[in-house]
Design a protein. Structure first.
Lengths: 921, 122
């Protein structure tokens, strides 16, 4: 099953499947039904981070340093958990400015500088080429291993073969062809590749499944689980050291620098920037990626140690390279199917990396290296051509081939010197140099082009000196003397112990000195002069990217340009048809498709420039637009003014929105208030009408009786006396009514005087009962009293409380039958206050009337007799008094069984809950 | 034969005064303390005139008026509404329901007698 033709056919079938997925993804994107608009796909595409370096190299590193393979995955995990806000800001900036690569990003930030874009591109290409060669090495090694099956023969040194016989050369060519087909089928203004992302996501699944399969096979097939394997570690001398927490060789500085490097790599490796930032469809996807991607890293690392230990135990003394354990362990067990799956997994991790990385690099080479050169030296030829999109694609395709061949070259020259992991770290250290200029540019307005150039150059030079050159020397490509003695024999200049800094690993050493030089130069040179117009403009766009919708509304351009010129310019790079449809769509969006003016306004110019920026980079786009427009330069004051205005405009419009919301709310409130007023008016009307009615009634009696007396001077004496008595009592009723109406009005309007003081309720009750004793005697009513001593004080107005008691007592008396009436007054203690009850054995109150008695002027008469005397205000007033002091007043009654009015009042001071038996109710 | 008048009012003192007034003038006087009693007494005694208070327990004056007017046998009975609520709407409501006259409280005894005599066509 593992004969060469089978391996080749299966590999090609796999690549064909990848291409099919990519083709499908592109087609769906064209139809507007994106398959990658999905947070899981986004997170999986980020797993392009895991290359053959992970797939084969982790086990190799674990076989040497135990858990020393971990920091390279802890870094990204931390970066995603803590740095997603940086990633979010990068995504915003890239979307707003149509940025296509990390070189474009840095160039755009510092005033669309060609120089910076070029430098970043060069650093990226030089830094990444070893990394690409690593993939070639892994694939060719594994192919070599498979060809030796069933024997396990370590591959020959490639250098011993001619190029024509070297399998990795053909692999590089196949990958180049494949990448060209994948990434440069057409030119897109946003430089997004949906099909590629879909394929990458699938590759991430394939490599994870393959790796987990080996892990499970080794752990549970060859051994009896994790415990069994780690038990072996204790027994066998040669592997015992592996499980120490942190290997002494690297130390904490080593771990720290690996974590920092890999954390930066997840943001700044060209392929990571491509999938995480440029290809991001929806920034909300970041939320799932923030945990799903670290979870992926965790899964792909679970079986690293068991496989490493299993390999070391199984192949002890056989000279099998630990980097190949993932493949050689299943081979040694004659697991042909699993072996093939692992090979495909390794192939997928290599192709994924190579495809995305070279596409990203080729975009950078084309936009930031070749285009600027063409613009400078061959402008005339560019301006003659009607359609340059073919040229652009050609440049990119050429760049892909060149980059892969450079990778192959590096592999031939230096690749054998280092284990897989070391090569990867060289690349990580290179791209880490982007960090100061890039992160600084996103958060510090003061960074300038000069600062960025100086920082990048310094960091890159230190990297070259302390890491790249030594790697050449160790490969025998350079004389190795300078490693030991330093250049010119100056020991302080020894590349890996620069200025006497010894005792660190080479990576930590490089990180320290390169960042020292890089950050120092970036900050130092930036501070030499204030930012210029273009820098300050871009600084504001970048630094304020998370504020609101960014500065997208501000148009920083002044001059004259013709629409036709712009469209033709864009057409030259994107193709006339695409330019035509893009301009038409833009006009439609702005709603002026009907009257196309020949003169382009600033917004259209900006749109054209952003279209171009997608194809040729922002710096070149700037130059090209300037070539067709008569531009007037803006001063820095003007730029700041425009940006200010834009932000003020947004502030105004937000203010306006807020005002209008407030106005709506105010209108609603006004309506409600008006309704309340009308309601109050109606209530007042009703009350006035009630009061009037209540006043007219006694007046009617008084007038009629008085007239009777007046008209009949000879009236009998008993009648005369009776009538005069009625008149007097009706005037009393009038007086009472007037007093109580005013009283209630005062209480209700809040103008009543309250003389709150601490009172002994018992004493108040006794006084009230004494005041009504005459009434009781007239009705011959019997009063029972149960008033315990020593109850806590309550807080109330003494006179008001007497008013309440008098009202309740006189109400009770009023309804009693002559002679047989009984009234019972009790005072008791409750959890939070005192309760008073006044019970009578009168006719009682029907349930439906029990609420009515507390309403104004609502007197509930005893059914068959005439209406009771009284104003109908006593109970409403009493209830308000009790409620004013925090209590409640209510009635309990059933018809025929008397009525009990109860009210509560809270203690003057908070009381302990303890209730002694003699005072409990 | 003297005319028969029913006083329907829940205010005892008002009843006392009107009763005294009308008796002195030679009318035969009946008294009712609420709406239902008033209705029952009209049906039983067939008075010539009812002095009908509006605000009464159990059944208000308007409802009593309406019930009386719905009964063809009682079409001869005159109705004089008495109310302490002097609003125009109340007056027109009473008249609309078929009352023959309307007086607001407080009233002068002379005017009341004049109105009573007018309604009884005396």
């Amino acid at each position: 099953m593992l004969e060469p033709p089978v391996v080749i056919v299966v590999s090609l079938l796999y690549l064909g499947l990848l291409f099919a997925v990519a083709w499908w993804g592109d087609r769906r994107a064209d139809q507007g039904r994106s398959i990658i608009a999905n947070p899981t796909i986004y997170a999986l595409s980020m797993a392009v981070y895991c290359t053959t370096w992970t797939f084969y190299g982790s086990v190799g590193r674990a076989a040497v340093s135990g858990i020393g393979f971990l920091p390279v995955y802890l870094g990204p995990t931390l970066a995603m958990a803590l740095g997603w806000i940086v990633l979010l800001k990068m995504i915003r900036i890239v979307k707003a400015n149509r940025i296509t690569s990390i070189a474009d990003f840095i160039s755009s930030r510092y005033g669309k500088s060609h120089g910076l874009g070029g430098l970043v591109t060069i650093i990226a290409v030089i830094g990444i080429i070893p990394y690409i060669s690593l993939q070639l090495k892994a694939v060719s090694n594994t192919v070599g291993l498979l060809l030796g099956y069933p024997e396990i023969v370590m591959p020959h040194r490639s250098a011993a073969m001619t190029v024509g016989a070297d399998i990795s050369f053909y692999i590089a060519l196949i990958l180049a062809a494949f990448t060209i087909v994948f990434g440069t089928r057409h030119l897109d203004a946003t430089e997004r590749h949906e099909g590629m992302v879909a394929a990458i996501a699938m590759e991430s699944v394939v490599k994870l499944v393959a790796f987990l399969a080996v892990g499970v096979f080794v752990t549970y097939g060859m051994y009896n689980g994790f415990g069994d394997i780690f038990d072996h570690v204790e027994v066998r001398e040669e592997v015992r050291g592996l499980l120490k927490a942190i290997p002494s060789g690297d130390g904490y500085t080593g771990w720290f620098s690996l974590i920092v490097l890999s954390g930066l790599a997840i943001l700044f490796l060209p392929r990571q920037f491509q999938v995480a930032v440029v290809e991001n469809v929806n920034e909300a996807h970041l939320r799932r990626a923030a945990w799903l991607f670290p979870l992926y890293l965790l899964l792909i690392n679970i079986f690293v140690l068991p496989i490493a230990v299993g390999g070391l135990l199984h192949f002890a003394g056989q000279g099998v390279d630990a980097d190949t354990f993932v493949l050689t362990l299943p081979m040694s067990q004659r697991q042909e199917g699993l072996t093939l799956l692992v090979f495909i997994g390794g192939l997928s991790s290599a192709t994924g990396m190579v495809i995305v990385e070279t596409i990203a690099l080729s975009t950078m080479v084309c936009n930031d290296l070749v285009m600027p050169m063409l613009l400078r030296h061959n402008r005339a030829a560019l301006e003659e051509s009607k359609d340059l999109s073919g040229l652009l694609l050609g440049i990119r395709r050429g760049a892909i081939v060149v980059i892969l061949l450079l990778g192959y070259l590096y592999f031939r020259l230096a690749g054998e010197a280092y284990a897989l992991v070391a090569i990867g770290l060289i690349s990580f250290s290179a791209v880490a140099q982007f960090a100061p200029a890039l992160i600084g540019g996103m958060y510090w307005r003061g960074g300038t082009r000069g600062g960025a150039l100086a920082g990048l150059s310094a960091g890159f030079m230190v990297w070259t000196y302390t890491l790249l050159l030594p790697s050449f020397a160790k490969s025998g490509w350079l004389p190795g003397d300078f490693l030991m003695q330093g250049f010119f024999g100056v020991e302080l200049l020894r590349p890996q112990q620069l200025f006497g800094l010894a005792g660190m690993g080479e990576i930590a050493h490089c990180l320290f000195w390169s960042f020292f030089a890089n950050i120092g130069a970036y900050v130092g040179v930036s501070l030499l002069r204030p930012p210029m117009v273009a820098e300050a403009t871009q600084a504001t766009l970048f630094v304020d990217a998370l504020k609101d919708t960014g500065q997208g509304g501000a148009v920083l351009w002044r001059g004259r340009a013709q629409v036709s010129d712009l469209q033709e310019l864009v057409g030259r790079f994107l193709g006339p048809a695409r330019a035509q449809s893009a301009f038409a769509a833009f006009a439609r969006r702005r709603g002026n498709s009907d009257d196309v003016t020949p003169e382009a306004d600033a917004k259209l110019v900006q749109f054209a420039e952003s279209l171009l920026a997608g194809a040729i980079g922002s710096a070149s786009a700037r130059v090209m637009v300037a070539s067709v427009a008569k531009e007037e330069p803006l001063s820095i004051e003007e730029v700041m003014h425009i940006l200010d205005e834009a932000s003020q405009l947004r502030t105004y419009s937000r203010e306006l929105e807020r005002k209008s919301r407030e106005l709506t709310a105010a209108t609603l409130e006004l309506q409600a208030a008006n309704e309340r007023l009308q309601e109050l008016d109606r209530v007042k009307d009703d009350i006035m009408s009630s009061v009037t009615h209540e006043l007219r009634t006694p007046l009617t009696s008084i007038r009629a009786l008085s007239e009777l007396l007046r008209d009949d001077p000879k009236m009998h004496l008993p009648d005369r006396e009776r009538f005069l008595g009625l008149i007097v009592s009706e005037t009393e009723r009038l007086t009472r009514l007037i007093n109580q109406t005013l009283d209630l009005a005062k209480i209700e309007s809040g103008r009543a005087d309250w003389n709150g003081c601490e009172l002994d309720l018992k004493e108040v009750i006794e006084q009230s009962i004494a005041a009504t004793s005459q009434l009781m005697r007239e009705k011959e009513a019997h009063v029972e009293v149960d008033l315990p001593d020593n109850l806590p004080l309550i807080l109330a107005d003494r006179d008001r409380l007497i008013q309440v008691m008098l009202n309740l007592l006189s109400n009770a008396v009023k309804f009693l039958k002559q002679g047989s009436g009984r009234i019972s007054v009790t005072l008791g203690r409750r959890a939070d206050g005192l309760e008073v009850s006044v019970a009578d054995n009168g006719p009682g109150i029907r349930p439906e009337d029990q609420q009515l008695v507390f309403e104004k002027f609502r007197q509930v008469g005893d059914t068959m007799t005439a209406k009771p005397s009284g104003t109908g205000l006593g109970l409403p007033i009493s209830r308000r008094i009790v409620e004013h002091f925090g209590g409640q007043l209510w009635v309990e009654s059933a018809p025929g069984e008397g009525a009990t009015f109860r009210f509560t009042l809270p203690f003057a001071h908070a009381q302990q809950v303890e209730v002694s038996p003699d005072t409990a109710v | 034969m003297s005319k028969k008048i029913l006083i329907a009012d829940d205010e005892q003192n008002i009843v006392i005064s009107i009763e005294f007034l009308l008796r002195r003038e030679g009318f035969e006087v009946l008294v009712a303390g609420d709406g239902e009693e008033a209705l029952a007494k009209v049906r039983a005694e067939k008075p010539d005139l009812v002095l009908l208070d509006v605000m009464m327990p159990k059944m208000n004056g308007f409802d009593v008026c309406q019930s009386l007017r719905a009964d063809p046998e009682l079409s001869e009975t005159r109705i004089l509404m008495l109310t302490a609520k002097g609003r125009d709407t109340e007056v027109s409501k009473g008249l609309g329901l078929g009352a023959d006259g309307y007086m607001t409280k407080p009233f002068s005894t002379k005017e009341l007698l004049a109105e009573v005599r007018k309604l009884l066509e005396m």
